[in-house]
Design a protein around this ligand. Structure first.
Ligand SMILES: Nc1nc2c(ncn2[C@@H]2O[C@H](COP(=O)(O)OP(=O)(O)OP(=O)(O)O)[C@@H](O)[C@H]2O)c(=O)[nH]1
Length: 356
């Protein structure tokens, strides 16, 4: 399951955010560890220490490692930091490999390091391809070390067995991390959805309706049409009073379901208050919107919950170039007021007369 890049980046940012300072301090350990490792090899080996100290490869490794570590400390982008981590690990392992002497009995020291690499890597660099790359590079570096040390078949066998076991554990760990990551994204998606929708009716909530509506109007061009509608249920208080709020709620849900059938074509359908819904219908003139809403209102009139029913009054206004959402909705609201005053269960288009 792949997720959009920006969400992925946000996840890595959060994952690394809290421990970035600690990681920054730790990255400088890589060159130090390499030096200690080489010193340990020198101590365990009969070869003179100067053999190692005169090896230019060791210094090249140290310089490159230190440069990468210092560069990583300046990074603020968590994704880049993760990629830098893989580079650091690979360089470290390759440097270890190249500093291993032929016939070196202490090559066994390398094995756990190369095999442990994927285990350490998997949980941290959660992006699939990066983890795979880190594991592969880790194993290749291990093989390079053994080849460079002219390791015997027993050592190769031990390495193979450890690598296989390590790989299986790494895959299992990665699967666990991936599962957690998937749940994280799904939870985040659900939260975002909840923040957008009205909890009862699943239409847009007031805030999201207004925000999206304002954005929509900001993209309107001269000559384009857009109708705004206010839909208010008639005498809804009676339904609550006679049937109770549970029936009222069910009626609201049923009405919303009918309104949501109009979704698509860039339309916005929201609940602005108690029993008041609003719609923005791009591409429609007032008359076209009225036609659409006539059948909707007829259907709303047919909805009954345990014998309780109600009708709807609607006010419609058409967007005028340069008009703000607030002004447009105000005119639709005036039309609705007119519909209520004139007996309810009707649709009124905004006009100068309505405003008077
Ligand atoms: N069941 C239920 N009732 C709600 C909800 N939100 C608001 N209401 C009720 O909706 C009713 C609105 O009453 P009024 O504003 O008087 O409107 P009305 O009775 O529909 O009258 P008109 O709009 O003038 O036709 C009130 O009784 C509120 O308690 C809700 O989420 N669920």
């Amino acid at each position: 399951m792949e997720f959009p890049r920006d969400r992925e980046a946000a996840y890595v940012q959060r994952m690394f955010g809290w421990q970035r300072q600690r990681l920054r301090r730790l990255v400088l350990l890589a060159p130090v560890l390499l030096f200690l490792f080489v010193a340990l090899q020198a101590l365990l080996m009969p070869a003179p220490l100067s053999d190692w100290l005169h090896d230019p490869l060791l210094y090249v490794g140290l310089v490159v490692l230190t440069a990468v570590a210092l560069w990583m400390r300046t990074l603020h982008d968590a994704n880049l930091f993760a990629a830098g981590g893989v580079a650091l690990q690979t360089l470290f392992l390759v440097s270890c490999a190249m500093s291993t002497r032929p016939g070196h009995g202490g090559v066994g020291l390398l094995l756990p390091m190369f095999v442990a690499t994927p285990l350490v890597t998997a949980p941290f660099w959660a992006r699939n391809s990066t983890v795979m790359m880190a594991i592969l590079l880790g194993y290749l570096s291990g093989a390079l070390a053994l080849w460079h040390a002219h390791a015997g078949s027993t050592v190769w066998l031990a390495y193979g067995v450890q690598a296989l076991g390590g790989g299986i554990v790494a895959m299992a760990m990665h699967a666990t991390v991936d599962h957690a990551r998937r749940n994280y994204f799904l939870a985040e998606e659900e939260l975002a959805e909840r923040a957008r929708l009205d909890a009862l009716t699943s239409t847009l909530n007031r805030r999201h309706f207004i925000e999206t509506g304002e954005l929509m109007l900001s993209h309107m061009r001269l000559g384009q049409h857009l109708a705004a509608c206010f839909i208010d249920l008639d005498h809804f208080k009676r339904v609550n009073d006679q049937g109770g709020h549970r029936i009222g709620d069910q009626l609201l849900v049923a009405v919303a379901r009918r309104l949501l059938e109009l979704e698509g074509h860039g339309r916005l359908i929201g609940r602005l208050g108690g029993e008041e819904f609003a719609m923005l219908l791009p591409g429609l003139r007032m008359a076209e919107a009225e036609q659409l809403l006539q059948s909707v209102c007829a259907d709303i009139g047919e909805i009954a919950v345990e014998g309780h029913a109600c009708t709807a009054s609607v006010g419609i206004a058409e967007w005028q170039p340069g008009e703000t959402l607030s002004d447009l909705l105000h005119r639709a609201d005036l039309a609705l007021l007119n519909a209520k005053r004139n007996g309810r269960n009707r649709i009124v288009q905004w006009s100068e007369d309505v405003a008077a």
